[in-house]
Design a protein around this ligand. Sequence first.
Ligand code: ZN
Length: 190
Amino acid sequence: MRCRICGAPLKKPGDICSNCYKEYQEDENLKKDVKEIYKLKRKYSIAYELLKYMGLILIFFICIIVFFFGKAFLEGVLTILLFLITLGVLLFLDKRIAVGTQATFYEKKVVYRFHFWFLKREKIVKYKDITDISYYQTFRQKRMGYGDLCIYARGNIPGATLLNGFQVKNVENVKEVLQTLKEMLQTNEN
Ligand SMILES: [Zn+2]
């Protein structure tokens, strides 16, 4: 007699070995875990986005001023139009990405979801596989209290702890959020 799933020889008659049974039960328990405890979102703020594109905005302004000084009014107006369209598209894309990103924390697992037009990704990380949580901040993010929150997880690929986990960018009040998550994971461990 051999295990139906992994092929290990069975000592007692049956379908599957004790290892596979344990894994199966774990998966079943994980599926039943649907009570939402916490939601992590990517913040979208116009002020922050404008700050991010400050360099681009400056370049456009310089161009517009140069055109008007050189009495190239048509070019000046076209540059303004191009500027508004570019900025509009960038802000729109950022908004779509922010709305489509979220991580939902349940009792035993966290589910990361990313949805952007036809692109759809979902990743389930068990709490017991999480090895570390931390955040990164650029100078700009620090001023707003934002940060990129990283959840590292062990998995099948050695050394790829972030690849097995995920990252949510521009989390608001990232310091407090990190503390909340750490406390939550401690109480909900295993
Ligand atoms: Zn087995």
